[in-house]
Write a protein that binds this ligand. Sequence first.
Ligand SMILES: C[S@@+](CC[C@H](N)C(=O)[O-])C[C@H]1O[C@@H](n2cnc3c(N)ncnc32)[C@H](O)[C@@H]1O
Length: 171
Amino acid sequence: MNRKLFYLPSHEVQLYGEENLTYGSLTYKGLCSLVDIIKTYIQGHVYLFDLGCGDGWLIGEIQDMIEGSVCEGVEISQHRIDLQKNDVAIWQGDMLKEDFRWYNWLHANNLCLEDSIAEQLEKKITEEFKGCYISYRKGRNIDFLRRANLLGEFDVEATWGVHTIYLYDMI
Ligand SMILES: C[S@@+](CC[C@H](N)C(=O)[O-])C[C@H]1O[C@@H](n2cnc3c(N)ncnc32)[C@H](O)[C@@H]1O
């Protein structure tokens, strides 16, 4: 992982908060597990949106490993976007202001988001998204839990250790 991802300009930390900007990703082994999970549940083409995509490394790899898939991401830190190397579409913005209806897969490494933001994200997904949603924390919002069908829980290797991710089908 590029160490520069961790050294953020102070104005970004002031604007968005240290907790929300916490960085971590899957290891290469974790990435392979994630790709296997996606392949198991694919129906048709994968059009995946990463909510907080960092430099786009993860979605670049997923796009290369799953034939015909298209992966895009939004990231709040311009500093991290400027470190992009992979050939995927990523842009600066707030995930809570994006339109999720275009996609059939969502990925959110949402573990370190402030609780209030994680809650708003769950609510938004409940209201506008249909498809598979990979989350790094278990769903809590009551409306979300009514609509979401938990397809599985999987232990994957992340940069901070083995972590359980949750795959939901939003129906
Ligand atoms: C834990 S990192 C995950 C990076 C990447 N998705 C991965 O799994 O390799 C979470 C990222 O979400 C970004 N982020 C936090 N809040 C955000 C928001 N409201 N909108 C967009 N990105 C956000 C952070 O800056 C950080 O880069």
